[in-house]
Design a protein around this ligand. Structure first.
Ligand code: KDG
Ligand code: MG
Length: 402
C-alpha cells in the first residue's frame, strides 16, 4: 500500500491543534496529532516543508523503517519539534495499518491487558476549601484518581488553577503572560491541602499533585517527605529533568512516588531516570515522544525497572493522541494511569472518537484504527489563533520555570 498524499490541517476549535492526514493508493487514510503547545506552526512547517516530501511513494506498512528514516536520516536528532512531527506520521501509519487489518489498534499492539484504563481528572481551586469541594465533585463523577492543585496565598495566579471550572487552558494569551512564583509560600501551603483532603475523604481515592518543575532536588525531597502521610499516587515534575541524576537526591529523601516526562521527546531523556530506578512513572506520551513506535521502546525499558506508564493527557494533546494513547494503555503490560482533561464540545465535534468515560475509567471502542477521525469541513471553520503558555518570574523579577 503506497502513500500517495499527505497534508497538514491546522484548526482552532477553542485552542490550536495540528493534524497530519496521510492518504494511500488503496483509499485508506490515517491521521496523527502534531500539536506542540505554543509552537504549533513550527511543527506544521517541519512536516509540510521537510517530512511530507520524503513520504510520498513509500510503503505505508513500513512503519519502523519510516521512523528510522526520519529519526536517523535527519542527522539533527531529537528535540520537541522534530519528534512531534515524527510522532504524528507514526500515529497516522499505525492508524492505517490497523484499518488495513480491520482491527482496533490495541489488537495490533498485542491485545487487551485490561478492560478499562484508569484515568485521573483535574480538581483545582483558588483556595483549600474550594479545591477540597472540587475533589468531592470528581469523586461524585466516579473518578478513582484525582489531581489536586490549589492557589497559593500571596500569589495572584498559580499553575494548574483554572479560570473555568470545566476546562483548564494554560495557553492564555497571544504573547506570554507573566506569573509570579514563591517557593517558600508554596511549600508551606501544599501539605495543608492534602491534609485537608485526607481528613475529608479518607484514603480510598488516589490523589496526585503536579509541581510543574518549580523546585530544586533538595526542596523536592522535603516536599515529598512532608506529603508522605497523605500517600500520594505521585508527585509530578518535582524538578526540571535536564539533569537526570538530580532525581537521586530526591529519592534519597522520600518514599513519595515520582512521575516525570511530559516534556521529554525521546528515550534518551529518561534512560538514566528509568535504569537507575529514580522514578516510578514515565509520563512521556505518544505525540511528543516520537509516536507509538518510540513509546513502545520506552515502555519496555521501563518495565524492566518497575517503572509504569502515566501518559500526559492535557487538553493541548488532541483527541487523536488520546485515542492512540488509550489503545496503548489498553495493551501495555506496565500501565500505571492515564491523565484525562476533558476536551471542549467544539474540539470533540472536530475530532469524532469512539472512546468513552465510565466510572473512573476510559474505554476504547472497536473501530478499526485508533478510533479518532477529523471533520475537515468543520476544522476549516476555526482559524489558527496564536497562543502562548505563560512564563514565570520570582518576586525579584528573576526568570524562573513555568
Ligand atoms: O502545554 C502544557 C500543558 O500540557 C501542561 O502544563 C499540562 O503539566 C501539565 C499536565 O500535567 O497536564
Ligand atoms: Mg504536568
Amino acid at each position: 500500500m503506497k502513500i500517495i498524499d499527505a497534508k497538514v490541517i491546522v484548526t482552532c476549535p477553542g485552542r490550536n491543534f495540528v493534524t497530519i492526514k496521510i492518504m494511500t493508493d488503496e483509499g485508506l487514510y490515517g491521521i496523527g496529532d502534531a500539536t506542540l503547545n505554543g509552537r504549533e506552526l513550527a511543527v506544521a512547517s517541519y512536516l509540510t516543508d521537510h517530512l511530507i516530501p520524503c513520504l510520498i511513494g513509500r510503503d505505508a506498512g513500513q512503519i519502523e523503517d519510516i521512523w528510522q528514516f526520519f529519526y536517523r536520516g535527519a542527522y539533527w536528532r531529537r528535540g520537541p519539534v522534530g519528534m512531534t512531527a515524527i510522532a504524528a506520521i507514526d500515529m497516522a501509519l499505525w492508524d492505517i495499518k490497523a484499518k488495513a487489518a480491520n482491527m482496533p489498534l490495541y489488537q495490533l499492539l498485542g491485545g487487551r491487558s485490561r478492560t478499562g484504563v484508569m484515568v485521573y481528572g483535574h480538581a483545582n481551586g483558588t483556595g483549600i476549601e474550594e479545591t477540597v469541594a472540587e475533589v468531592g465533585r470528581y469523586i461524585d463523577m466516579g473518578y478513582k484518581a484525582i489531581r489536586a492543585q490549589c492557589g497559593v496565598p500571596g500569589l495572584p495566579s498559580t499553575y494548574g488553577v483554572s479560570k473555568d471550572r470545566m476546562f483548564y487552558e494554560p495557553a492564555d494569551n497571544d504573547l506570554p503572560s507573566e506569573n509570579m512564583w514563591d517557593t517558600a509560600a508554596y511549600m508551606a501551603h501544599v501539605p495543608k491541602l492534602f491534609e485537608e483532603l485526607r481528613d475529608t475523604y479518607g484514603y480510598s481515592h488516589h490523589l496526585l499533585h503536579d509541581v510543574h518543575h518549580r523546585l530544586t532536588p533538595i526542596e523536592a525531597g522535603r516536599l515529598g517527605k512532608d506529603l508522605e502521610p497523605f500517600r500520594l499516587f505521585w508527585l509530578e515534575d518535582a524538578v526540571t529533568a535536564e539533569l537526570q541524576e538530580g532525581f537521586r537526591l530526591i529519592r534519597q529523601h522520600t518514599t513519595t512516588p515520582l512521575a516525570v516526562g511530559e516534556v521529554f521527546s525521546s528515550i534518551h531523556d529518561c534512560h538514566q531516570l528509568i535504569s537507575e530506578q529514580l522514578i516510578d512513572y514515565i509520563r512521556t506520551t505518544i505525540v511528543h515522544g516520537g509516536g507509538i513506535t518510540s513509546l513502545r521502546r520506552i515502555a519496555h525499558l521501563a518495565e524492566l525497572y518497575h517503572v509504569k506508564t502515566g501518559f500526559h493527557g492535557a487538553t493541548d494533546l488532541s483527541p487523536i493522541t488520546m485515542g492512540a494513547a488509550l489503545h496503548f494503555d489498553t495493551w501495555v503490560p506496565n500501565f500505571g494511569i492515564q491523565e484525562y482533561m476533558r476536551h471542549t464540545p467544539e474540539t470533540d465535534e472536530v475530532f469524532p472518537h469512539d472512546y468513552e468515560f465510565r466510572d473512573g475509567y476510559l474505554y476504547v471502542g472497536d473501530t478499526p484504527g485508533h478510533g479518532v477521525d477529523i471533520n475537515e469541513e468543520l476544522a476549516a471553520k476555526y482559524e489558527y489563533k496564536r497562543a502562548y503558555l505563560p512564563v514565570n518570574r520570582l518576586r525579584d523579577g528573576t526568570m524562573f520555570n513555568w
